[in-house]
Design a protein around this ligand. Structure first.
Ligand SMILES: O=C(O)C[C@H]1NC(=O)NC1=O
Length: 245
């Protein structure tokens, strides 16, 4: 059996449910999804400061997942916070939803657009495109200009703005595919793909399938080089238990 730990790095239980549902919707019959979020931290991640706070929660869950013997991990926030630190700590594969969605988009299109939440997240997404080498594939980035948790307020306004952003992206960007730039948008991808007639990609599902594939191929995070386990040392205070025994 494959057990995939899906970590929502923010502390929103509602968004953790949304993310868990998107993961379970695509998980294979032999895959169990464990959707988790930090007990303490930041309710939504909307910038570098939030990502720094959220990273500690990600690492705590990576450690716990490794001790539970999970097969692999997903970081279900579009900034992929703590991705490389998590890979040092993890034994199995660790996949971020931004990198997963971007990779998938390049396999079904030569140009893709991103629809995310805040304008400042657009800038962070550009950094990710550069870091992952996908800058030249991304035609444009759009912000719905609503806070992340508007996706969980039940009004449907954020979902409608995501739909409008995707329609605008298809019409004006010349993109063949669209990447949804927030874990909280995950459950919108399939209906938008049907309505727009182009691939609208959710990174949660993409990341779950990538972890399943890596596990099936017997590939886990390389421990040769900079992703080896962290150098052993005594951590103090609240960090004391972060390194596995
Ligand atoms: O940065 C964003 O807009 C999206 C990002 N923030 C968050 O709390 N979960 C996310 O996926």
């Amino acid at each position: 059996k494959t057990v995939v730990q899906v970590i929502n790095p923010n502390t929103s239980l509602a968004m953790t449910e949304t993310i868990g549902a998107a993961a379970r919707a695509v998980a294979g019959p032999a895959t169990e999804i464990l959707a988790v979020c930090p007990a303490q931290g930041v309710p939504s991640i909307e910038g570098h400061f939030d990502e720094a706070i959220a990273t500690l929660g990600v690492l705590e869950h990576i450690k716990a997942g490794r001790e539970q013997g999970v097969s692999g991990h997903v970081i279900a926030c579009f900034g992929d916070p703590g991705l490389l630190a998590a890979r040092e700590l993890a034994q199995g594969p660790v996949i971020g939803i931004a990198e997963a969605a971007m990779h998938m988009a390049t396999m079904v299109s030569t140009r893709f657009s991103i629809v995310t939440t805040l304008p400042r997240t657009v800038i962070i997404a550009r950094h990710l495109l550069q870091r992952y080498g996908f800058e030249h594939y991304c035609a444009a980035l759009h912000a719905i200009d609503l806070p992340v948790l508007a996706l969980e307020d039940g009004s449907g306004l954020a979902q409608e703005k995501v739909r409008a952003g995707c329609i605008q992206a298809k019409r004006q960007d010349g993109s063949g595919a669209i990447v949804l730039g927030c874990g909280g948008m995950a459950t919108l991808a399939s209906e938008l793909t049907l309505e727009l007639g182009i691939p609208v990609i959710d990174g949660v599902g993409a990341a779950v399938k990538m972890v399943e594939s890596l596990v099936a191929l017997g590939l886990s995070t390389s421990k040769h080089g900079d992703l080896d386990y962290p150098v052993r040392k005594t951590l103090s205070g609240q960090f004391a238990g972060l390194l596995p025994d």
